[in-house]
Design a binder for this molecule. Structure first.
Ligand SMILES: Cc1cc2nc3c(=O)[nH]c(=O)nc-3n(C[C@H](O)[C@H](O)[C@H](O)COP(=O)(O)O)c2cc1C
Length: 180
Protein backbone atom coordinates (compact mmCIF):
# COMPACT_ATOMS: atom_id res chain seq x y z
CA UNK A 1 0.00 0.00 0.00
CA UNK A 2 1.12 3.53 -0.70
CA UNK A 3 0.42 6.84 0.95
CA UNK A 4 -2.90 7.40 -0.75
CA UNK A 5 -6.47 7.73 0.40
CA UNK A 6 -6.42 3.94 0.83
CA UNK A 7 -4.84 4.49 4.21
CA UNK A 8 -6.45 7.69 5.38
CA UNK A 9 -8.12 7.95 8.77
CA UNK A 10 -10.37 10.97 9.27
CA UNK A 11 -11.08 11.64 12.94
CA UNK A 12 -13.98 14.05 13.27
CA UNK A 13 -14.27 15.99 16.51
CA UNK A 14 -17.63 17.75 16.55
CA UNK A 15 -19.84 17.50 19.65
CA UNK A 16 -23.00 17.33 17.54
CA UNK A 17 -21.96 16.03 14.16
CA UNK A 18 -25.29 14.45 13.23
CA UNK A 19 -27.66 16.77 15.08
CA UNK A 20 -26.20 20.29 14.92
CA UNK A 21 -23.37 20.49 12.43
CA UNK A 22 -23.75 21.73 8.88
CA UNK A 23 -20.19 22.18 7.63
CA UNK A 24 -18.48 19.26 9.34
CA UNK A 25 -21.34 16.90 8.62
CA UNK A 26 -21.07 17.71 4.93
CA UNK A 27 -17.28 17.37 4.94
CA UNK A 28 -17.51 14.03 6.77
CA UNK A 29 -20.01 12.82 4.18
CA UNK A 30 -17.63 13.84 1.39
CA UNK A 31 -14.77 12.02 3.13
CA UNK A 32 -16.85 8.85 3.49
CA UNK A 33 -17.34 8.89 -0.26
CA UNK A 34 -13.61 8.66 -0.97
CA UNK A 35 -12.28 5.16 -1.54
CA UNK A 36 -10.36 3.76 1.36
CA UNK A 37 -10.99 6.66 3.72
CA UNK A 38 -12.20 5.66 7.19
CA UNK A 39 -14.19 8.28 9.11
CA UNK A 40 -14.61 8.12 12.88
CA UNK A 41 -17.06 10.42 14.68
CA UNK A 42 -15.08 10.52 17.90
CA UNK A 43 -17.67 12.34 20.06
CA UNK A 44 -20.29 9.76 19.05
CA UNK A 45 -17.90 6.90 19.83
CA UNK A 46 -17.26 8.23 23.32
CA UNK A 47 -20.41 10.01 24.57
CA UNK A 48 -18.99 9.98 28.12
CA UNK A 49 -15.63 11.20 26.72
CA UNK A 50 -13.98 8.08 28.10
CA UNK A 51 -11.56 7.48 25.22
CA UNK A 52 -10.36 3.94 24.50
CA UNK A 53 -6.72 4.85 23.82
CA UNK A 54 -5.75 1.32 22.75
CA UNK A 55 -8.56 1.24 20.18
CA UNK A 56 -7.56 4.66 18.87
CA UNK A 57 -3.91 3.62 18.63
CA UNK A 58 -4.88 0.48 16.72
CA UNK A 59 -6.75 2.63 14.18
CA UNK A 60 -3.80 5.01 13.87
CA UNK A 61 -1.38 2.16 13.17
CA UNK A 62 -3.40 1.19 10.08
CA UNK A 63 -3.26 4.71 8.61
CA UNK A 64 -0.58 6.43 6.58
CA UNK A 65 -2.42 9.73 6.71
CA UNK A 66 -4.39 10.99 9.69
CA UNK A 67 -6.84 13.89 9.46
CA UNK A 68 -8.07 15.82 12.47
CA UNK A 69 -11.32 17.38 11.30
CA UNK A 70 -13.05 19.84 13.61
CA UNK A 71 -14.77 23.22 13.93
CA UNK A 72 -12.60 25.99 15.32
CA UNK A 73 -13.67 26.58 18.93
CA UNK A 74 -11.98 29.50 20.68
CA UNK A 75 -9.01 29.49 18.30
CA UNK A 76 -8.42 25.85 19.06
CA UNK A 77 -10.27 22.57 18.73
CA UNK A 78 -13.26 21.21 20.62
CA UNK A 79 -11.96 19.88 23.92
CA UNK A 80 -12.23 16.18 23.08
CA UNK A 81 -9.44 16.48 20.53
CA UNK A 82 -7.14 17.84 23.21
CA UNK A 83 -8.13 14.98 25.54
CA UNK A 84 -7.60 12.54 22.67
CA UNK A 85 -4.07 13.90 22.14
CA UNK A 86 -3.28 13.73 25.85
CA UNK A 87 -4.38 10.11 26.12
CA UNK A 88 -3.69 8.55 22.74
CA UNK A 89 -0.30 10.14 21.97
CA UNK A 90 1.16 8.30 24.92
CA UNK A 91 4.70 8.11 26.27
CA UNK A 92 6.44 5.02 24.89
CA UNK A 93 3.96 4.92 22.01
CA UNK A 94 4.05 8.30 20.26
CA UNK A 95 7.17 9.70 21.95
CA UNK A 96 9.84 8.72 24.43
CA UNK A 97 11.57 5.30 24.42
CA UNK A 98 10.02 3.14 21.70
CA UNK A 99 7.56 5.93 21.01
CA UNK A 100 7.85 5.93 17.26
CA UNK A 101 4.46 4.62 16.18
CA UNK A 102 3.46 7.75 14.29
CA UNK A 103 6.88 8.41 12.78
CA UNK A 104 6.67 8.83 9.03
CA UNK A 105 2.89 9.18 8.95
CA UNK A 106 1.21 12.33 7.68
CA UNK A 107 -1.14 14.48 9.71
CA UNK A 108 -3.49 17.11 8.37
CA UNK A 109 -6.05 19.39 9.99
CA UNK A 110 -9.37 20.02 8.28
CA UNK A 111 -10.93 22.99 10.00
CA UNK A 112 -14.14 24.93 9.67
CA UNK A 113 -14.28 28.44 11.08
CA UNK A 114 -17.07 30.90 11.69
CA UNK A 115 -14.83 33.85 10.86
CA UNK A 116 -13.59 34.92 7.46
CA UNK A 117 -10.25 34.25 5.81
CA UNK A 118 -9.53 37.99 6.01
CA UNK A 119 -9.75 37.82 9.78
CA UNK A 120 -7.22 34.96 9.83
CA UNK A 121 -4.36 37.08 8.50
CA UNK A 122 -1.31 38.66 10.12
CA UNK A 123 -2.78 42.08 9.32
CA UNK A 124 -6.32 40.94 9.98
CA UNK A 125 -8.52 41.03 13.05
CA UNK A 126 -6.86 38.06 14.77
CA UNK A 127 -3.28 39.02 13.83
CA UNK A 128 -2.60 35.37 13.04
CA UNK A 129 -3.11 33.11 10.05
CA UNK A 130 -4.95 29.80 10.29
CA UNK A 131 -1.57 28.02 10.04
CA UNK A 132 -0.30 30.01 12.99
CA UNK A 133 -3.48 29.34 14.95
CA UNK A 134 -2.87 25.63 14.45
CA UNK A 135 0.74 25.82 15.63
CA UNK A 136 0.27 23.59 18.71
CA UNK A 137 -0.96 20.80 16.44
CA UNK A 138 1.84 21.32 13.95
CA UNK A 139 4.43 21.18 16.70
CA UNK A 140 2.77 18.08 18.19
CA UNK A 141 2.80 16.43 14.77
CA UNK A 142 6.47 17.12 14.26
CA UNK A 143 7.27 16.12 17.85
CA UNK A 144 5.94 12.62 17.19
CA UNK A 145 7.92 12.40 13.96
CA UNK A 146 4.99 12.79 11.61
CA UNK A 147 4.80 15.10 8.61
CA UNK A 148 2.53 18.13 8.83
CA UNK A 149 0.40 18.62 5.74
CA UNK A 150 -1.05 21.92 4.64
CA UNK A 151 -4.32 22.42 6.54
CA UNK A 152 -7.64 22.36 4.73
CA UNK A 153 -9.82 25.23 5.93
CA UNK A 154 -13.34 26.40 5.24
CA UNK A 155 -14.06 29.91 6.46
CA UNK A 156 -17.24 31.87 7.18
CA UNK A 157 -19.17 28.78 8.21
CA UNK A 158 -22.16 30.62 9.61
CA UNK A 159 -25.83 30.14 8.71
CA UNK A 160 -25.79 33.52 6.92
CA UNK A 161 -22.56 33.05 5.00
CA UNK A 162 -22.45 29.38 4.11
CA UNK A 163 -24.52 28.96 0.97
CA UNK A 164 -25.38 25.53 -0.41
CA UNK A 165 -23.10 26.30 -3.33
CA UNK A 166 -20.11 27.18 -1.18
CA UNK A 167 -20.69 24.12 0.99
CA UNK A 168 -20.85 21.86 -2.05
CA UNK A 169 -17.66 23.42 -3.38
CA UNK A 170 -15.88 22.92 -0.04
CA UNK A 171 -17.00 19.28 0.10
CA UNK A 172 -15.69 18.66 -3.41
CA UNK A 173 -12.35 20.32 -2.67
CA UNK A 174 -12.03 18.28 0.52
CA UNK A 175 -12.71 15.03 -1.35
CA UNK A 176 -10.05 16.03 -3.88
CA UNK A 177 -7.49 16.63 -1.15
CA UNK A 178 -8.34 13.26 0.41
CA UNK A 179 -8.04 11.52 -2.95
CA UNK A 180 -4.61 13.20 -3.02
C1 LIG B 1 -17.98 27.20 21.36
C2 LIG B 1 -17.70 27.80 20.02
C3 LIG B 1 -16.53 28.49 19.82
C4 LIG B 1 -16.23 29.02 18.56
N1 LIG B 1 -15.04 29.65 18.38
C5 LIG B 1 -14.69 30.07 17.14
C6 LIG B 1 -13.41 30.65 16.92
O1 LIG B 1 -12.59 30.78 17.83
N2 LIG B 1 -13.10 31.06 15.66
C7 LIG B 1 -13.98 30.92 14.62
O2 LIG B 1 -13.63 31.28 13.50
N3 LIG B 1 -15.19 30.36 14.80
C8 LIG B 1 -15.58 29.93 16.04
N4 LIG B 1 -16.78 29.33 16.23
C9 LIG B 1 -17.67 29.09 15.07
C10 LIG B 1 -17.51 27.65 14.59
O3 LIG B 1 -16.17 27.38 14.17
C11 LIG B 1 -18.47 27.35 13.46
O4 LIG B 1 -19.77 27.48 13.99
C12 LIG B 1 -18.26 25.97 12.89
O5 LIG B 1 -17.01 25.88 12.24
C13 LIG B 1 -19.35 25.60 11.90
O6 LIG B 1 -19.22 24.22 11.58
P1 LIG B 1 -20.42 23.20 11.85
O7 LIG B 1 -21.56 23.62 10.94
O8 LIG B 1 -19.87 21.87 11.49
O9 LIG B 1 -20.80 23.30 13.30
C14 LIG B 1 -17.14 28.84 17.48
C15 LIG B 1 -18.35 28.16 17.71
C16 LIG B 1 -18.63 27.65 18.96
C17 LIG B 1 -19.94 26.90 19.17
Amino acid sequence: MTNTAENTLVLVFHPHLESGSVANRRLAEAARGVDGVTVRDVYALYPDENIDAAAEQAELLKADRIVWQFPMYWYSSPSLLKKWEDEVLAYGWAYGPGGDKLAGKKIMCAVTAGSTEDEYQRDGRFRATMDETLNPMRITTEYVGAQWLEPFAVYACTPDDLSDERLADAAERYAEVLRG
